[in-house]
Ligand binder design. Structure first.
Ligand code: NAD
Ligand code: UGA
Length: 465
């Protein structure tokens, strides 16, 4: 048994490899809650580490600045020295990205595990003492086995135990989710050493999470539960979006249907907001991954079932563009359209897989002139639309974005957009003025009274045309 050298006053040295949307906030919370542990976060991207060490953190997340500033330099450290980090730690979280593979076998479906595998090999190369390796990234079921095979491939006396501890935080509410999680899931091998490692990780979380919320399982169930949780959440959105399309044909109101259905305690009210479609870095990739795994095991009907969740989401985005085109007399060429929001959801600057990317691209193809406004996501929006040929402006002020526009399309449910002076906005727009509410966040009847032609999701349009 080889022990890591520890700075005397810290009882544990925790390392996280990958300083992204998950690694950063998750480790900041551990450091904040557990001053007795030294927590180091490393990344291959020096710019990202420099930002974590600066006053301007690389991600926008309500409440994150406060906890980082409280712990940074005390027991929370950001570094590019991965080798030293590995040597000095006894628990290593791996939180690198696991995007959809874009090449070779499984392209467009399977998880790209190259970053994850490089990490496993680097741990093996640098480790000089026993380690608990924690899979924090979302991974295909049975990845831990591959991780073990790499880690156990040499016999230098160093012992590794692999645990699965998927992360369930949502962006925009990450700090709250980390502070009061619905559950912490820890999967381990059911061996003596596996259970001991599990105990060590339970102890970390037990510093602030009640024991009854720490769920322990076998390792495969833990890995699979993460993919399934995301699939179920996305499925609810696709279910309500599919019903929204039916509501638009039948004059039913999707919000009222969702309320009536969600009041059934067996169904519940969450995640039933019809929208322009779900975005974010994970739902699509994790479902594709699930579909790929099902196909791998020959479960084609199961694969098809889950694939349909993505198909409805694609349909929803196309349907939104078609509604705009049809309503605006089948031509958008030369029309100025203000996109209110570009982030994939409110309270984040993240635009990964945002429906706004697809919709902006389609509108530009129709030769519309876009003016994009978002309180946090303009830098990412610029990067996403780089190379797309057409007229696009990025402005901070939504009033400026709306001025002279023929239409507003709400892409993100930022609370700022609910509180705007729409009377002023209406006056500044070209007439007839249209608003397409991709999030059902504004007061539709009031906007109609102001003169707008209003197109919500899953509700009858309010229009004088
Ligand atoms: P991210 O892209 O924001 O961060 C990943 C980081 O890992 C990057 O900074 C990258 O430079 C770094 N990295 C890659 N290879 C490395 C290596 N070999 N050594 C050191 N650093 C390396 O990704 P993320 O959003 O934080 O997601 C990470 C994982 O967590 C994914 O598997 C994702 O599915 C999962 N997850 C994400 C969320 C979310 O809300 N974003 C929530 C739950 C789970
Ligand atoms: C989601 C899950 O909620 C997290 O539990 C999970 O950890 C994470 O994915 C992950 O694995 O990455 P996130 O994508 O950050 O979190 O945000 P969500 O709140 O789930 O929203 C996802 C998308 O669905 C957003 O575009 C949102 O606007 C949309 N959505 C959400 C709807 O269209 N309707 C709803 O009712 C809820």
């Amino acid at each position: 048994m080889k022990k890591a050298d520890m700075t005397p006053h810290f009882t544990r040295h925790i390392l996280c490899i990958g300083a992204g949307y998950v690694g950063g906030p998750t480790m900041a919370m551990i450091a904040y809650k557990c001053p007795q542990y030294r927590v180091t976060i490393v990344d291959i991207n020096p710019d990202r580490i420099a930002q974590w060490n600066s006053d301007s953190l690389p991600i926008y997340e309500p409440g994150l600045d406060e906890i980082v500033k409280a712990a940074r330099g005390r027991n929370l450290f950001f570094s590019t020295d991965i080798e030293k980090g590995i040597q000095e730690s006894d628990i290593i979280f791996v939180s690198v990205n696991t995007p959809t593979k874009t090449f070779g076998v499984g392209a467009g479906m399977a998880a790209d595990l190259q970053y994850w595998e490089k990490t496993a090999r680097q741990i093996l190369k640098c480790a000089t003492s026993d380690k608990i390796i924690v899979e924090k990234s979302t991974l295909p079921v049975r990845t831990a086995q591959a991780m073990e095979r790499i880690l156990f491939s040499t016999h230098n006396g160093v012992r590794f135990e692999v645990l699965s501890n998927p992360e369930f935080l949502a962006e925009g509410t990450a700090i709250q989710d980390l502070e009061q999680p619905d559950r912490i899931l820890i999967g381990s091998r059911q061996t003596e050493s596996g259970l001991k490692a599990r105990g060590a990780l339970v102890e970390v979380y037990a510093n602030w999470v009640p024991q009854e919320r720490i769920l322990t399982t076998d390792i495969w169930s833990s890995e699979l539960s993460k993919l399934v949780a995301n699939a179920f959440l996305a499925q609810r959105i696709s279910s309500i979006n599919a019903i929204a399309a039916l509501c638009e044909k039948t004059e039913a109101d999707v919000s009222q249907v969702a309320k009536a259905v969600g009041m059934d305690a067996r169904i519940g009210p969450e995640f039933l907001n019809a929208s322009v479609g779900f975005g974010g870095s994970c739902f699509k990739k994790d479902i594709l991954n699930l579909v790929y795994i099902c196909r791998h095991y020959g479960l084609n009907e199961v694969a098809k079932y889950w694939e349909s969740v993505i198909e409805i989401n694609e349909y929803q985005k196309t349907h939104f563009v078609m509604t705009m085109l049809n309503a605006m007399f089948n031509t958008l060429a030369g029309k100025r359209i203000a996109l209110f929001g570009f982030a994939f959801k409110a309270d984040t600057g993240d635009t990964r897989e945002s429906p706004a990317i697809y919709i902006a691209t389609r509108l530009i193809e129709e030769q519309a002139e876009l003016v994009i406004t978002d309180p946090e996501a303009l830098a990412n929006a610029r990067a996403d639309l780089k190379g797309v040929e057409g007229k696009v402006q990025f402005v901070e002020d939504p009033y400026e974005a709306a001025t002279g526009s023929h239409a507003i399309a709400i892409m993100t449910e930022w609370h700022q957009f609910r509180e705007l002076d729409y009377e002023r906005i209406y006056r500044s727009m070209a007439k007839p003025a249209f608003i397409f509410d991709g999030r059902n966040v504004v007061n539709h009847s009031r906007l109609y009274e102001l003169g707008f032609n209003v197109y919500p999701i899953g509700k009858p349009a309010l229009t004088r045309l």
